[in-house]
Ligand binder design. Sequence first.
Ligand code: PMP
Length: 460
Amino acid sequence: MIDNHLPTAELQALDAAHHMHPFTHGAALAEKGARIITSASGVWLQDSDGARILDAMAGLWCVNLGYGREELVEAAARQMRQLPFYNTFFQTSHVPAILLAKKLAELAPGDLNHVFFNGSGSDSNDTNLRLVRHYWELRGKPEKFNVISRWNGYHGSTMGGGSLGGMKGIHAQGGLPIPGIHHIDQPDWWSEGGDMSPEEFGLSRARQLEEKILELGPDTVAAFIAEPVQGAGGVIVAPETYWPEIQRIVKEYGILLILDEVITGFGRTGRWFGAETLGITPDIMTVAKGITSGYIPLGASLVSDRIAQVIDEGDEFAHGYTYSGHPVACAVALENIRLLEEEGIIARAGSEIAPYLKEKWESLADHPLVGEAKIVGLMGSIALTPDKASRAKFKGDAGTVGYICRERCFANNLVMRHVGDRMVISPPLVITKEEIDELIARARLSLDETLERIEAEGLN
Ligand code: PMP
């Protein structure tokens, strides 16, 4: 049994002494001490000092069902008793993987009827990278090796995922990107649109894909990968002209489209998948996070009939993870999907909660610090700016004001993340209207306090 009652200071000291955190400046954290989360229910977290915190990020964009669902605990326990582990290598299988693959094939759009299981979003994208290159090799076109992705996209932090992503901070460490990955600019009108209208800008950014394909040579390009809505990049919603043009281009040049739905899958955009919300037809879809509502790690690559047929008929696909199709993770995913479906959680999120949240979220645009407010389903962002009309940036380093705002949110017991000077939300799909009111009130208070602080420091 884990002792949840150790004093906070002792836990912080042990954490600083032994625990290396992901995406964290170790020395800075050691000085400050981590906030230690001890339990959670619904959309509410509790920390080791007893504070009750509204989690407007669903953990890391994943706890779609909300915290504390006993049914998932039971599903895991039942499966652990029955068969805690068996692999899916070497012509073996087990019931949870079979049933989950069938269920995913039913839910996924188009002909994505085949599932390769992975352990996370990052290694799902590593799978996709090897899969598309292998597919073209089997089709006798090994020179189709290049994959195009976007600056400021996020596809994980493994060698493959981190290379596909367009985060310069990740590329700067450890020799990324690996060969054959090329980036084009993101469709972020607020920051990069200049004098263009959003519609013109959306088209021009989509056409960068065509330019890149022509520059590399269409016969050398395997695939384009993108998130329907960039999540970790700051909830960047592309202008409406963007996706139809991307779809035209990939079709025209015979390039596979990999849609990374690690965040947007399982209800985040108000439908099961972002592909449906945005009208995109992918050849491969990456899923993770919401597939189990984050209760246990699992990722998957959902693959079209055409690709799966070629892979199946070729030599053995020399790829796989010990935990590909882990039975306990699959059992939890099946139960999570059952609850999302039978309790109508995604349907309600789309028809009732998303419109309510949109109205409230967009109302923040009247705050003096807030430029555009964007939202798709239950993922939203606001751009902070000292001058809305010119979409100006703050004095000093980018992200300083966002960080201040994030800290004010934390102090007001609201988890809202900052990406540079954008604030982002992605609450559990089970959030109620009253909880949305609370979220907005705390966000507004935090924005007021941020404004006071930056005025005092002369940052605007
Ligand atoms: N793709 C996207 C779109 C993501 O948002 C993330 C994680 N935030 C990943 C991939 C990587 O997933 P994981 O952290 O499970 O490896």
